[in-house]
Design a protein around this ligand. Structure first.
Ligand SMILES: [Fe+2]
Ligand SMILES: [Fe+2]
Length: 363
């Protein structure tokens, strides 16, 4: 077949195959909607050994340490990914607008989202100025399991060829940056490792069982990285979901969230580089968010060129489901952090406000 198809034609074929419904969807016996059936949890062993029941930190280690040819790891990854995709609530953008399903609408949606992230509006309650060094170290610790393997959700793109295709090339560039582009000091995981080392937290290798037993580390901190590791094992069959998840990861935090983190860490004399570098490298104009959009546009253009509107529509739905899985997998840690720090920060903010009022009253 060498020389029969050029790179663009191969990209069209590959995108079309990736968008095909899974074998389970084509089975007529189930009454569930196609999108739902595609993500049924792996409940039935069908003669295979039952899957071990692993808690999040154990699953993180299991997937991180698995070899490429490990069928049990594939099934564990499939089960974890299905759980996250199945938990996605109704697929609507914030507000009443439907999620974009065209290049122009996607670009407008991303620009508007970034604008809201940079200018969140509303009363600026400065809770983070009440953050103690101990609180900030605890937060960094919870981000650590994801940060150490930053870029892991893209590991599976190395199995998509050709690497120069318009879909894969921008994903490769992002993956390369996450790994520091060959410079260990710039590896995003090493940046987080250095920030914690400055606070006296020495970490073992990311795939060492001792890492999951680090003092103060919660099980919820492993929820998002488990999703990353799971989708990386399943990339060839879940490329639309990966494209959506990748966009969500790259957009997350840009603007006010990273800005607050940087200011808080600088005030405490801690290392803010992890957030500073993401505030810049993930930008929507020339950085990772822009490249994430380009990968989506190339993928959808190839599908549209194949001329099957049904596959295009299904691919957009799968993409937005992958995008929403980011919030699903981040949820446990967000809730844990709110429970852990919320009351303390609120009390400090209220008492600072009360002291300021008292000072005003004495004037
Ligand atoms: Fe990163
Ligand atoms: Fe990034």
């Amino acid at each position: 077949m060498f020389g029969v198809f050029d790179d663009r034609e191969l990209a069209v074929l590959r995108a079309w195959i990736a968008a095909l419904p899974s074998a389970e969807v084509r089975r007529p016996s189930s009454g569930a909607a196609p999108q739902e059936r595609a993500h049924q949890p792996d409940r039935v062993s069908q003669g295979r050994p039952a899957l071990p029941v692993l808690d999040l930190p154990e699953l993180y280690l299991r997937l991180l340490r698995a070899r490429p040819d490990d069928p049990e790891a594939d099934r564990l990854a499939s089960s974890a990914l299905d759980r996250a995709l199945h938990a996605v609530p109704r697929l609507r953008a914030s507000g009443a607008q439907a999620l974009p399903t065209s290049e122009a609408a996607l670009r407008r949606w991303v620009d508007a989202g970034l604008w809201r992230q940079v200018h969140p509006g509303g009363p600026a309650i400065d809770l983070e100025s009440g953050l103690s060094r101990e609180d900030a170290t605890w937060l960094l610790l919870q981000l650590m399991p994801a940060a150490l393997i930053d870029g892991a959700w893209l590991e599976g793109v190395v199995r998509l060829s050709p690497s120069a295709s318009p879909v894969v090339a921008p994903l490769f560039r992002i993956y390369r940056d996450e790994l520091g582009a060959g410079v260990p000091l710039q590896h995003h995981g090493n940046v987080m490792r250095r920030a914690l080392a400055r606070e006296g937290v020495a970490l073992p290798p990311c795939d060492a069982p001792a890492l999951t037993r680090t003092a103060g580390l919660t099980r919820e901190a492993f929820s998002l990285p488990v999703l990353w590791l799971a989708i990386a094992r399943l990339t060839p069959s879940h490329l639309p979901e990966l494209l959506g998840l990748n966009l969500a990861v790259e957009m997350a935090g840009i603007g006010d969230v990273y800005g607050r983190a940087i200011r808080a860490l600088r005030r405490l004399g801690m290392d803010p580089l992890f957030f500073e570098l993401h505030e810049t490298i993930d930008n929507g104009s020339s950085g990772h968010t822009r490249w994430s959009v380009e990968a989506i546009v190339s993928y959808m253009s190839a599908l549209e060129a194949a001329g099957d509107a049904r596959f295009v529509e299904e691919a957009w739905a799968r993409l937005w489901r992958g995008h929403a899985a980011y919030a699903v997998a981040s949820g446990p840690l967000v809730r844990r952090a709110a429970l852990e720090l919320g009351p303390r920060l609120s009390m400090r903010w209220l008492s600072r406000g009360a002291r300021a009022l008292a000072r005003l009253g004495r004037r």
